[in-house]
Design a protein around this ligand. Structure first.
Ligand SMILES: Cc1ncc(C[n+]2csc(CCOP(=O)(O)OP(=O)(O)O)c2C)c(N)n1
Length: 572
């Protein structure tokens, strides 16, 4: 009898784990390879359970760095990025990244520690109501109230983050839940009757679109990030080659079809190629695949694609008809929809006249800048990076002029190579995102193109780059100003440069050196050429402070409130 009792106790002890350990075991079942995070009091039990485990923890120097790194990892790997932070200030430091991931539909699972359940709501030390704060900027959020719910919640969170329209899911874990014991048993499936994304498109609607394509004289495909998320790169290319329909892209759709493909016209939108915006403006059938008609793309929606019948393929039904009237709505996964279209659409279409008309626009109104002497032009800098990496690098950017030049002058051949903050436009994104991106693809050249101002928002992550010896090439496009703000003030505020000039910059080379990273300064075209050639393939990190001509503007441009066909600066 006594022996039996002992055996039972042992069995029980074996099956019981702390909530924190259950959490880590659950993450292992989801094949989590790494967690980006930063510890603190309320998260300590989780950190303790992580100690010595197979999951790698990446200690950034700021929680914002952790979440942008997780976004970079998610973008490049296609898998959910996992973030861990403590309650209160740890959690609030994640807010910008959560909002960023929400707008750009990136899959994240965000874990936050929380004060004990007995003091929630009492303004306890480091307490923030992270559930209320993040409700509008997460796809879903949970607060764990019972240790037995942890495996189910983790299973659901990964499912929700990475299916349908991807997005961030937050799980708030009170400290006493993390320390109390429970049994670990991981569910095989999720049971979420209220969450059933439609992936298979309606065949009648697909047929309607095929008919419309047959009747169209000037069709155009607009690719958004949805094509990339659904891994429809090859199917899209096949469809385009079968139908000869010209293709334009959003910023986040770049790489959905190769930038070198002969049917690819260019990026559309505020700083898009004139030919791409005109393709939309003049089209009689606009086929939007996985783009959300963001205002940076449409300009004034009242005059967007005025002559076109609009077809919109999107996994998120809420996006269809939200901004642009849509005659052919298709809810579903982009890949499934394209495969269905491949089967339903007539072969051998050509649209010869329309294609050559757009190619003429493309030839006549290319992106332009004036290279004079040995000046270092930012546009030329990006062109050089493109040539040296053969369009194969992962490029992360910050936000501002350099971001737009990177989108204009780097021709992305593949999906998931451009890692940029499109929707929220978050300065400080580029450097930490490069960490996650490089960790997701350790053997690929990763270039982080950042502005001198944005870089200073998260430059402490240089420390981590050095620590992990990540061979990221950090290219600072240094124009001694908040370039994009300065540009708007020049064009629309009569050159009143209110708080946009930054003559007092740190010595970026010394800053890199302080973190143990080699830094180089280049001030002319010839210097940049010779340095870049020698360093792009180095197997260690390097920072290049590029002193570019400071008063360069990004052209062409759709001024606010104008139609996307009313671009300024189309010609030199
Ligand atoms: C966090 C944050 N604050 C403010 C802005 C507004 N903003 C957009 S671009 C920009 C200037 C960026 O300057 P820099 O990083 O030097 O890049 P550049 O435009 O010169 O290439 C600013 C302030 C922003 N996008 N993000």
């Amino acid at each position: 009898m006594a022996a039996n009792v002992k055996l039972e106790n042992e069995k029980e002890a074996r099956n019981k784990l702390s909530g924190a350990s259950i959490l880590i075991e659950s993450l292992k079942r989801e094949n989590v390879e790494m967690i980006f995070g930063y510890p603190g009091g309320a998260a300590l039990p989780i950190y303790d359970a992580l100690y010595g485990q197979s999951i790698k923890h990446v200690l950034t120097r700021h929680e914002q760095g952790a979440i942008h790194a997780a976004e970079g990892y998610a973008r490049v790997s296609g898998k959910p990025g996992v973030v861990l932070a403590t309650s209160g200030p740890g959690a609030t430091n994640l807010v910008t990244g959560i909002a960023d991931a929400m707008l750009d539909s990136l899959p994240l699972v965000v874990l936050t520690g929380q004060v004990g359940t007995n003091v929630i709501g009492s303004d306890a030390f480091q307490e923030t109501d992270v559930m209320s704060v993040t409700m509008p900027i997460t796809k879903h959020n949970y607060q764990v109230r019972d240790v037995k719910d942890i495996p189910r919640i983790i299973k659901e969170a990964f499912h929700i983050a990475s299916t349908g329209r991807p997005g961030p899911v937050l799980i708030d874990i009170p400290k006493d839940i993390a320390t109390s014991d429970g049994e670990f048993s991981y569910p095989d499936s999720v049971n979420l009757p209220g969450y059933q994304p439609t992936t298979t498109p309606n065949l009648l609607q697909i047929k309607k679109l095929s008919e419309a394509i047959k009747r169209a004289k000037k069709p155009v495909i607009l690719t958004g990030a949805g094509v990339i998320f659904s891994k429809a790169h090859h199917e899209l290319t096949q469809f385009v080659e079968m139908t000869n329909i010209p293709v334009v892209s959003t910023l986040l759709g770049l790489g959905a079809i190769s930038g070198n493909h002969q049917q690819f016209i260019g990026m559309a939108g505020m700083h898009g190629l004139y030919a791409a915006n005109m393709a939309i403006y003049e089209s009689d059938l606009l086929i939007n695949i996985g783009a959300r008609f963001d205002d940076r793309l449409t300009g004034n929606p009242a005059v967007f694609a005025p002559n076109a019948k609009v077809a919109h393929i999107d996994i998120d039904p809420a996006e269809i008809g939200k901004i642009v009237d849509t005659q052919i709505p298709i809810v579903g996964d982009a890949k499934e929809a394209i495969v269905a279209l491949l089967n339903e659409t007539e072969k051998g279409l050509s649209f010869t006249e329309w294609n050559s008309h757009l190619k003429n626009y493309k030839k006549e109104f290319p992106f332009w800048y004036k290279q004079e002497g040995n000046e270092l032009k930012p546009q030329k800098l990006i062109e050089m990076i493109h040539e040296l990496t053969d369009g194969e690098a992962v490029v992360t950017t910050d936000v501002g002029q350099h971001q737009m030049w990177a989108a204009q002058y780097y021709k992305f051949k593949q999906p998931n190579r451009l890692v940029t903050s499109g929707g929220l436009g978050t300065m400080g994104f580029g450097l930490p995102a490069a960490i996650g991106a490089q960790m997701a693809e350790p053997n690929r050249t990763c270039v982080s193109i950042v502005g001198d101002a944005g870089f200073q928002m998260t430059n402490q992550e240089l420390c981590l780059i050095e620590e992990l010896n990540l061979p990221i090439k950090i290219v600072i496009v240094n124009n001694y100003s908040l370039g994009m703000v300065r540009q708007w003030q020049e064009l629309f505020y009569e050159e009143r440069y209110s708080e946009s000039l930054m003559p007092h910059q740190p010595d970026f080379v010394k800053l890199a050196e302080a973190y143990g990273i080699q830094g180089v300064r280049v001030e002319s075209l010839s210097e940049a050429e010779s340095v870049l050639k020698n360093v792009i393939d180095l197997d260690r990190p390097l920072l290049i402070d590029c002193r570019v001509t400071p008063d360069e503007n990004v052209y062409p441009m759709v001024p606010t409130g104008k139609g996307s066909h009313e671009m300024i600066g189309v010609r030199p």
